[in-house]
Design a protein around this ligand. Sequence first.
Ligand SMILES: [Zn+2]
Length: 302
Amino acid sequence: MTEPGGGADIGTRRETAPRSLVVDAHVHAFPNEIIASRTTLVERDRWFAHLYVNPATRLSNADDLLASMAVAGVDHAVMCGFPWSDPGLCRTNNDWMATVSDASGGRLSWLGIVVPQHPSAANEAERCFALGAAGIGELNADGQGFDLTANGPLRALVGTCVAAERPVGREYPGKGTATPDRLLRFLANHPDLDVVLAHWGGGLPFYELMPEVAALCRRVRYDTAASPYLYRHDILRVVTNLIGADRILWGSDFPVLGQQRFLRRTLETDLPADALSSILSGSTQSTYRLPISARILEGRGA
Ligand SMILES: [Zn+2]
């Protein structure tokens, strides 16, 4: 990362006043074996091909992620599983995330990935929770080939998540077929499920001005993943005013966005300190019940 001035800026803040804990709710990292098998996986998984057929698109491993966090001043990050369409790949990915998280000294949490409509989904979700997963995600109807609006095929998985009080994270709302009307049908089908919608829910917060939409969205949170590519920066202030900071999770979608630059931009937003603190850590901590220990705070000398 070479973003001149960024590190110094954040460092200065730390010296003058202890800044809020920073938790990135949406990052991606892959095992080295996956990165090495990129060409084979492009042939094997349609969604992986869709995103990574271009060799210039970056794939990061856990070391890249931890290095970026250290430079940017991100204290903790939630790794999202890639939405594989093969349950075997999901399982391998989950085992790897559990191992990396355990070895991270409290810096990384993870969301387990399953093929939602597959008969193994509920059992694999339970296995993930037993291994320490903070939730399930990121599910992708287009990538994994399930019908977002159909109740039956997803019921077992949703039941497991509701029973474990763990949220489901969904990717790419607003893009492909996950338009707000279909998302609302999904939410109506699963009223007890906590849901985190990536990329500001494809604009769903704006529809929450309608009371009937707000009622359906009461268990929904939104993350800011890849925000600068999709929205004007104003969205942070506007949506905070619309729905409150406690339903907004700061997430970069690393390596899509550089964490340092996006964090700096976020810290410069004209928002009250308590709202910024919710967005940067509190909302994510409570949504995923993250075990962020005093160790992390001591480690960064705040
Ligand atoms: Zn993502």
